[in-house]
Design a binder for this molecule. Structure first.
Ligand code: SF4
Length: 445
């Protein structure tokens, strides 16, 4: 009886602490800085960014080994996971099946090309984007989900995001924290950011954190470097999302241990870019994304959908540009009108417009991660689920303290405004399990 109770307690502990975001695996080989990690017999290739040696148990995120874990701790967690891991896969396999649905010959031909992993041409992409029929949309999403499952299995990454300052020097037309908006501003101190990150890693189990702010020049390079260095030591993958800043700063932060950059180009249409992002430069932004990729960062980039005068061709071009920038993660979402901004009366697009683009991105770039952004979540209460079933495989959970979160009002009606972090984690895990997804991010087969 006591033994049984101890097992239940262990399972509960693993659930609370380690289950959320990563499963440890055994590093079986390292060759030219590329490691092979074994997860229950499945081998994944990962980039080494840790002192770990072959034979060690490690955590990987975004395909990067981020930390070692003591063998006995790893074995306890793996003991919990071994059955769950395969149970979840079964559910995912089941949900990733494609139903036999009525559709036009044209659509079936295009989807056949997708299944044969052939590249779609511009007209075909436009045809998919214009789909309206309910059955055809269902078929589109199911095909994308099936492709996602074949390529990524049931892995889904869940990253935590900390919005550390809502100060910004820019005046983007769609953004609620633009410089000219008269809102209450906040700026977390370096110590506050570090302590929040520590809580996220030690108490909530996060293995990947996004540090995001407006373009706030008041932090010195040294301060940001210190923040990144300290947080990296916690054994976590760090994304930085601080906008258009000097290349030197991006290099310093890479050297300090940041390994991913979240920087959207927003729109591939240079004229629209100029209109909605005054005093910013399209070429400079693209150049910065390319530079970050070149020096070794993982890249999360993408666009906003629903900018006034945007055409369907712009959307296709946005997807093409994201791919051309070699995005490791696609990040895009609808323009949600923010109060007191020049676009506050802009009409919002609907959830299907976004789901179609998620599917198209999956077709265009089967290996990438595709994020269901929180802006998408404002379009429908089930948006996360629908996005994950239309080809997406990444989520973010907002970790910004409540007192600041409502001030980081980049758009109005944030879906996570009133939900506590713990509740958000609990609901996200519940959703992932219902879809058979393991909240992991463990590299490629
Ligand atoms: S979109 Fe980014 S750069 Fe533009 S105003 Fe908002 S926070 Fe600043």
């Amino acid at each position: 009886m006591l033994k049984k109770l101890a097992k239940v307690l262990l399972i509960m502990l693993c659930f609370q602490i380690h289950m959320c975001y990563a499963i440890p695996g055994k590093l079986v080989e390292i060759k030219d800085n590329i490691g092979t990690v074994d997860y229950f017999g499945e081998k994944r290739k990962v980039l080494m960014d840790s002192e770990a040696q072959a034979g060690d148990y490690v955590y990987a995120q975004g395909g990067v080994v981020i930390s070692k874990i003591a063998e006995q701790d790893a074995l306890k967690i793996l003991d919990f996971w071994k059955e769950k891991f395969f149970e979840l896969k079964k559910v995912d396999n089941q949900l990733a099946k494609i139903e036999d649905l009525e559709a036009s010959d044209n659509l079936l031909e295009i989807l056949q090309k997708v299944n044969l992993r052939k590249e779609l041409n511009n007209n075909e992409l436009l045809n998919l984007l214009r789909l309206k029929d309910k059955n055809e949309l269902k078929l589109l999403y199911e095909t994308a989900n099936n492709l996602r499952q074949k390529e990524h299995d049931n892995a889904c990454c869940v990253h935590g995001i900390i919005e550390f300052s809502n100060n910004c020097r820019r005046n983007c037309f769609y953004c609620g924290i633009r410089k000219d908006n008269n809102i209450k501003r906040y700026r977390m101190s370096a110590e506050e950011i570090i302590s929040l990150a520590k809580h996220a890693v030690d108490n909530l189990g996060f293995k990947a954190l996004v540090l995001q702010s407006g373009e706030d020049l008041s932090y010195t390079d040294e301060e940001l470097v210190k923040v990144v260095k300290t947080i990296r030591k916690l054994g976590v993958l760090i994304f930085i999302s601080i906008g258009t800043r000097k290349k030197e700063l991006y290099k310093k932060l890479y050297d300090a241990g940041a390994r991913a950059v979240l920087l959207r180009f927003e729109t591939s249409n240079k004229e629209l870019f100029k209109k909605v992002r005054p005093e910013t430069n399209f070429e400079e932004r693209i150049e910065l994304i390319k530079y970050a990729k070149k020096i070794g960062y993982l890249i999360a980039t993408g666009f906003i959908m629903g900018i006034p005068e945007e055409t369907e061709q712009d959307i296709i071009n946005n997807i093409i540009l994201t791919k051309a920038l070699k995005a490791d993660m696609y990040s895009f979402g609808p323009l949600i009108p923010a109060k007191n901004t020049p676009l506050e009366n802009q009409k919002q697009i609907d959830i299907n417009s976004v789901l179609k683009v998620i599917s198209l991105c999956r077709f265009m770039d089967v290996r990438s991660k595709i994020l269901v952004t929180s802006a998408v979540e404002t379009l429908h209460e089930d948006a996360k689920k629908q996005g994950l079933l239309a080809g997406a495989n990444s989520l973010m959970i907002n970790l910004t303290p409540h007192c600041y979160k409502e001030l980081y009002s980049i758009y109005s009606g944030r879906p996570d405004k009133d939900i506590t972090v713990k509740k958000n984690i609990k609901e996200t895990i519940k959703l992932l399990y219902s879809l058979g997804r393991a909240p992991t991010d463990i590299g490629h087969t």
